[in-house]
Ligand binder design. Structure first.
Ligand SMILES: C[S@@+](CC[C@H](N)C(=O)[O-])C[C@H]1O[C@@H](n2cnc3c(N)ncnc32)[C@H](O)[C@@H]1O
Length: 204
């Protein structure tokens, strides 16, 4: 199956048709802007919902990363749950970044920063990463992405990833362990696995 454009296009060219989707965060239901040209524009992705239900609550303080933020459902949930944290929402897709920034502004989430991958200051170290990663970019690109961001985790911190089983969650878990990164399956629901990947290794 060919990968949808939004995984590779930094600047989607088609007109942005704006949508609204609802995101449930604990006992709150919020409305988010999404649009054509970004991932899962019609509804909050089921994998994203599984991640938000299954992964541990974010640390209350420090920097948190939503890697591949799309229009920002994970980043907004992190910022709502940890209002004192500094949340970085990172994506290659410019339209996704605009939507994520608009959603943060609508919700008054002043600690949420939206950035292209190269815009996160080098000295930021994350207390946790939460991601519905872009698996459809292919294994090699996904592995490169994880190698790129792993050193940005604080030594005792972990990344929480949701990956569909049919898109290779189990082989990703094996690969993560082969890299020497202790990986636990936190849960499995509706065909999605939630993986907790600890930072470990000689430079940890
Ligand atoms: C599976 S989607 C998840 C989007 C959003 N977090 C959600 O839950 O709806 C993965 C996202 O990763 C982004 N992406 C692809 N390659 C990337 C890269 N190298 N760095 C950061 N983000 C990337 C895509 O543009 C896409 O928005």
């Amino acid at each position: 199956m060919p990968a949808p454009d939004h995984y590779f296009t930094a600047d989607p060219t088609g007109r942005a048709v704006e949508r609204r989707v609802r995101l449930r965060v604990d006992d709150r239901s919020v409305s988010l802007r999404s649009a054509t040209g970004v991932f899962s524009a019609e509804r909050v992705d089921p994998g994203t919902r599984v991640l938000l239900r299954t992964a541990p609550r974010p640390p209350g303080e420090g920097a948190l990363l939503d890697l591949g933020c799309g229009y920002g459902p994970i980043a907004c949930a992190l910022a709502l749950r940890s209002p004192r944290a500094e949340v970085w929402a990172v994506d290659v897709n410019a339209r996704a970044r605009e939507l994520a920034a608009a959603n943060a502004a609508d919700l008054g989430l002043n600690g949420l920063h939206v950035a292209a991958p190269g815009e996160v200051p080098d000295d930021v170290r994350f207390a946790a990463i939460y991601s519905n990663p872009p698996v459809r970019v292919g294994k090699a690109a996904l592995h490169d992405l994880l190698w790129q961001w792993r050193p940005r985790l604080q030594p005792a911190a972990a990344a929480h990833l949701v990956v569909a089983r049919h898109l290779g969650s189990d082989s990703l878990q094996r690969w993560l362990e082969e890299q020497g990164w202790p990986t636990t399956r936190l849960g499995s629901e509706r065909g999605y696995r939630v993986l907790r990947v600890q930072r470990a290794g000689e430079d940890a």
